[in-house]
Design a protein around this ligand. Structure first.
Ligand code: NAG
Ligand code: NAG
Ligand code: NAG
Ligand code: NAG
Ligand code: NAG
Ligand code: NAG
Ligand code: NAG
Ligand code: NAG
Ligand code: NAG
Ligand code: NAG
Length: 626
């Protein structure tokens, strides 16, 4: 198949389009083209008098926005001659072989870039345009478009749209919202918090529900936005019609592009990206399972593992994954010459600072790789270990201090993995009862965090975390150092809200019965004194509603994810009063719908939901009501 190209012969003034305004051309390294994309070579290869026939181009994966600031936001789309992703991963002069998966043949890439215009306005009709521009994209960056819309007003809702230059080929209309200015008084901000969305395990209903309720301002994703596995290795995609492509474990740049693109076909994920600005960070599976600075659980960085991984080295695999991530996610690259840096922060009015960490890829000391669990257990209290590396740790502690100094009411920390100590001997056995891939494997890093909070008298700290596929709500306690009273919460310096997965299975067994899940949480809540509530049965998410006087967390559970549906169950609500640094008593008002409360009741309600594909009877009949 030959790409359709036509040459502009009319005297229509050529639009002045920009490569550099498309941020993806400048990533991953602005100042070292050899490490990234040479715009010079892209320009040289392309003939500006040629362009694509607009009718042959499609907005293949919707639109998205993210990393909102008071005066700007990142807008994203993909406009391409094929739904497939680009396979070429080098920018050479002349032709680049381009594999077309529909026709299963290599084709010569065109010498024309795709020209796109964007505009952002305060009205849905796009009349009050605040900013607009014209940029190029091409196969070099998988036909993605990432621009920064500027000149915006703080804490304002905007609508945005892309179109193929000088044509009626338009993208869907997106909605986004800037953040308040750091000095602004804000009375309420809502954030939906997610982690662990695994395509072959189910539909991403959790993403769609806040869209349907229009219940939040922003979306935070704590990682595991994709999974790298082959379907059969983890997931039952064939039974629900959701086999992730390419249908194998992923290694190359094409593989990572294709995997994200497959996830981006889920209608609820598309809807969330279309309606809310996202602030995501990655966890391990955006690259591979249990990654750390130098490797991952399935990669020993040996010649044997190199061969097994199709000749892609540990570092190359990480770079492929990271490059595809930046191409596809609507986020800023914090440092143009450091594409591994995703840790960043957002000042959201006088209300809060949102500090997003990378405890995973940047500079993490060796983690639990399954065959070395005893060893990592032994060294888990080693002073030299870090989850973030010294550079990020210093930045983190400075962020906490400056947030407190500027008088922000709340410090909200987005962490990939669970921060609180969690004795899970019911799952891991008594010898190695903790999850050493979480903060429990890096106790000195956690101690330094506590030390900094105590030394500087920093309060109103809320940790958010994911990764574990279950819900855990705890007072934030420096165990074995501070006296803590689980009944009153005295001795706590904040709260941790750890969330369940969008679809990834319960860590105590996929399809676990409600009775067994409940039994396990009773054990867990009893074995951990700071753990006030846990539910491991439901897949779901939570919403944070933040005001100067309190933070409310609302947990939602999904009756089923094996069909697309909009049902959810309110599992539990928590409140944290400003200055209290602990969960409000009685915790969760004394009653939750599922899981175990340390002090209080679990009230079961049988629910019947009609999914349009049979009726689901969600029953708690196998459970003893307290
Ligand atoms: C573009 O979208 C149209 C309508 O959905 C579809 O028929 C066409 O095949 C798509 N073209 C490409 C190149 O993906
Ligand atoms: C680049 O693409 C080729 C196929 O075009 C593939 O064989 C190779 O593994 C890719 N290299 C990287 C580093 O992704
Ligand atoms: C990595 O090395 C360990 C220890 O030699 C071994 O047990 C494990 O199977 C290896 N893993 C892989 C993926 O090669
Ligand atoms: C961390 O703090 C706990 C509680 O004081 C202590 O038991 C542990 O040894 C400390 N570890 C390090 C490395 O500081
Ligand atoms: C769990 O349920 C799914 C979907 O109903 C099914 O495909 C899968 O085989 C089940 N897994 C186990 C371990 O029973
Ligand atoms: C309930 O949990 C306890 C503690 O983990 C365990 O000993 C017991 O076997 C569990 N009961 C069932 C029915 O699984
Ligand atoms: C974890 O809990 C079990 C059961 O209560 C207990 O035997 C064990 O000592 C605990 N381990 C740690 C490290 O707290
Ligand atoms: C949580 O609060 C909402 C009101 O905001 C209420 O409708 C819901 O029943 C509460 N859920 C629980 C489990 O108490
Ligand atoms: C209903 O759900 C099942 C999976 O439980 C699926 O196989 C089937 O295709 C669905 N049917 C419709 C009409 O959505
Ligand atoms: C829930 O449904 C089960 C099974 O039909 C029934 O035995 C039980 O009484 C119901 N519970 C409530 C609280 O309605």
């Amino acid at each position: 198949m030959k790409p359709q190209i036509f040459t502009l012969v009319s005297s229509v003034a050529l639009v002045s389009a920009s490569y550099t305004k498309n941020l993806n051309y400048r990533s991953p390294s602005e100042h070292h083209p050899a490490l990234g994309i040479s715009i010079h070579k892209v320009v040289k290869r392309n003939d500006p008098s040629s362009t694509w026939d607009p009718s042959k181009l499609n907005f293949t994966h919707g639109i998205a926005s993210g990393d909102p600031f008071p005066d700007s936001v990142v807008l994203w789309t993909r406009i391409a001659p094929s739904a497939d992703n680009d396979k070429s991963n080098v920018t050479v002069e002349g032709y680049v072989p381009l594999y077309n998966h529909d026709t299963e043949e290599y084709v010569a890439m065109s010498n024309a870039p795709v020209c796109v215009q964007y505009k952002i306005s305060t009205d849905k009709e796009c009349k009050n345009v605040a900013d607009s521009g014209t940029v190029y994209t091409s196969s070099d960056i998988d036909y993605t478009v990432k621009v920064e819309a500027k000149k915006l007003k703080p804490y304002t809702t905007y609508y945005y749209q892309f179109n193929v230059c000088n044509s009626n080929n338009v993208s869907p209309l997106g909605r986004t919202k800037t953040t308040p200015h750091a000095d602004d008084d804000v009375t309420k901000v809502g954030i939906a918090v997610y982690s662990c969305s695994n395509f072959p395990f189910g539909f991403f209903n959790a993403y769609g529900n806040p869209v349907r309720k229009d219940s939040v301002d922003y979306v935070v994703h704590l990682g595991d936005y994709i999974y790298e596995y082959a379907n059969g290795e983890y997931g039952w995609g064939q039974t629900i019609g959701r086999v992730p492509l390419p249908d194998k474990q992923i290694y190359s740049l094409y593989d990572y592009r294709k995997r994200i693109a497959t996830y981006r076909t889920d209608l609820d994920l598309l809807a969330s990206h279309q309606q809310f600005p996202w602030i995501p960070v990655w966890d391990d599976h955006e690259v591979s399972d249990n990654t750390y600075r130098d490797g991952a659980s399935e990669l020993n960085n040996t010649e044997a593992s190199f061969v097994e991984d199709g000749g892609v080295s540990v570092d190359q695999r990480k770079m492929n994954a990271v490059r595809a991530y930046f191409e596809w996610m609507p986020i800023r690259q914090v440092e143009m010459d450091d594409n591994l840096r995703i840790w960043r922060s957002f000042s959201i009015g006088k209300l809060l600072d949102l500090i997003m960490l990378d405890t995973r890829h940047y500079d993490r000391s060796i983690t639990d790789l399954y065959w070395n669990t005893d060893y990592v257990h032994e060294i888990s209290d080693d002073a030299g270990r870090s989850m973030m590396g010294s550079r990020q740790e210093h930045w983190f502690y400075n962020q906490l201090s400056s947030s407190s100094k500027r008088g922000a009411a709340w410090r909200i920390v987005g962490s990939q993995t669970v921060f609180s100590r969690l004795n899970e001997s019911v799952a891991y056995g008594l010898e190695n009862p903790l999850d050493y891939d979480a903060w429990d494997g890096y106790q000195s890093n956690r101690n330094r965090t506590f030390q900094h909070l105590y030394n500087n008298n920093i309060g109103n700290n809320i940790f958010l975390s994911g990764d574990s596929h279950a819900s855990w709500v705890s007072d934030l306690v420096w165990l074995d150092e501070k006296t803590y009273d689980p009944a009153t919460g005295a001795g706590s310096i904040g709260v941790e809200f750890a969330g369940s997965a969008v679809t990834s299975p319960c860590p105590y067994g996929a399809n676990i019965s409600m009775a067994l899940a409940y039994n396990a949480t009773k054990f867990l809540v009893a074995a951990n004194k700071e753990l006030q509530w846990s539910d491991i049965y439901y897949r779901g998410y939570y919403e944070l509603h933040i005001s100067p006087s309190e933070v409310e967390a609302k947990y939602f559970g999904l009756p089923t994810v094996v069909t697309r549906n909009n049902y959810e169950i309110s599992l539990a609500n928590f409140t944290v009063q400003s200055g209290a640094n602990k969960l409000n008593r009685p915790v969760a008002g004394g009653t939750v719908e599922s899981g175990s409360l340390k002090t209080g009741k679990t009230v079961m309600t049988n629910a019947t939901v009609d999914t349009g594909n049979g009726t689901w009877f969600v029953s708690h009949f196998d459970l003893e009501v307290l």
